[in-house]
Write a protein that binds this ligand. Structure first.
Ligand code: KG4
Ligand code: ZN
Length: 335
């Protein structure tokens, strides 16, 4: 079965072809970072216009690269939410038009579920149930993933997402958007113990997170500091230390409630090697194994949508929202 995946939920236009026999054939991605950088964050109107401009040329590239014809596609999978409404509508309309032209089924994919399933593409041994830790620019949550389509949210952020904590810290120190990769680079030369940042709600007996207080604390620290690159490096390192302690602490709580030997970590922030190393060590300490997508598939992409389309179709979970999109679409309300 040949599945075309279409991702347009935020600031990346992603298309991919996944073949159930041969695996991922190719993927095409256009990142709008340069467009939004001047504004320090994603501008929804600019994002949706750019998706509309890019999507057809990307499809042409994908077909050319793989030597496939549109007619050979058996299933069209697209992100129906959560995300920015105008952006989602571009992908939905495009997917619906293609499915109509080639007369093949269409499937609406939840972006968060696609992030969670992404590592399955590369690790055939992975199976349900597992703990999911989704850390992205829009979401931060611990998920009890019981079986495909059956998820319970054990805890989530009460305010900012983890990616936002990185992006906002970068912005206040005068760095470009998105801040995550820049903070990671700076942190490598930071001096441990330069600051003692809080670990918000780490001691609360639940699996929730909170990052907005940390951001305020960092803002006050930055205001009171000399504006040097070494200070940026030290703040970056201590930000990573603080949030990693929170992630490990809350995963520990989840594992005290229930034990699974597998933790799947995905979403844009899971590209961070410092965080990966700490979470991998934690997983070893409780005889579990941590899985991550390949770095290029941590952030938004079409491959994870094509793959999720195949897995959902295989499981008989074929939702079609018929032109409706869901800017908010909680993982525990898929059906
Ligand atoms: O999953 P994603 O592409 O989009 C959402 O669905 O939100 O995640 C984007 C987020 C941004 O906040 C970005 O700063 C963060 O992921 N990010 C990182 C790294 N690479 C991307 N954060 C920390 N370290 C990184 N290396
Ligand atoms: Zn995402």
């Amino acid at each position: 079965m040949l599945v075309l995946g279409i991702e347009t939920s935020c600031d990346e236009t992603g298309l991919a072809l996944y073949d159930s026999e041969e695996g991922l054939l190719a993927d095409e991605l256009f990142s709008q970072i340069d467009i939004h950088q001047a504004y320090g964050g994603v501008v929804p109107e600019l994002a949706s216009r750019d998706h509309a401009d890019r999507i057809l040329p990307l499809l042409n590239n994908l077909l050319k690269k793989t030597g496939k014809l549109l007619d050979e596609v058996d299933l069209v999978a697209y992100t129906a939410g959560p995300g920015l409404k105008g952006c989602l509508l571009v992908g939905s309309t495009f997917a619906r038009t293609l499915s109509y032209i080639i007369d093949k089924p269409i499937i609406s994919i939840n972006h968060i579920e696609a992030h969670l399933l992404a590592p399955f593409m590369e690790y055939p041994e992975l199976s349900f149930p597992f703990f999911g830790l989704l850390i992205s620019g829009g979401h931060t949550m611990i998920i009890d993933a019981k079986s495909i389509g059956d998820y319970e949210i054990m805890g989530e952020t009460l305010d900012d997402a983890l990616g936002e904590a990185f992006d906002k810290t970068a912005k206040l120190m005068g760095l470009d958007y998105p801040g995550g990769p820049l903070i990671e680079k700076l942190a490598k030369d930071g001096v441990t113990g330069s600051y003692k940042f809080p670990r918000p709600i780490l001691n609360k007996p639940n699996c929730d997170f909170s990052f907005s207080g940390l951001k305020t604390h960092i803002m006050l620290t930055w205001k009171a500091s000399e504006k040097t690159e070494q200070v940026q490096k030290n703040i970056s390192l201590e930000l990573q230390n603080s949030v990693t302690d929170c992630l490990v602490g809350k995963l520990k709580r989840a594992h005290n409630e229930k034990y699974y030997p597998v933790i799947v970590i995905s979403g844009g922030v899971s590209a961070n090697q410092f965080i990966r190393d700490k979470l991998t060590n934690f997983a070893h300490s409780i005889n579990a194994k941590a899985y991550y997508p390949t770095k290029k598939f941590c952030t938004d992409n079409g491959a994870m949508i094509a793959y999720a389309g195949y897995k959902k179709y295989e499981a008989g979970q074929i939702y079609d929202l018929k032109g409706e999109v869901k800017p908010r679409w909680p993982l525990d309300q898929l059906a």
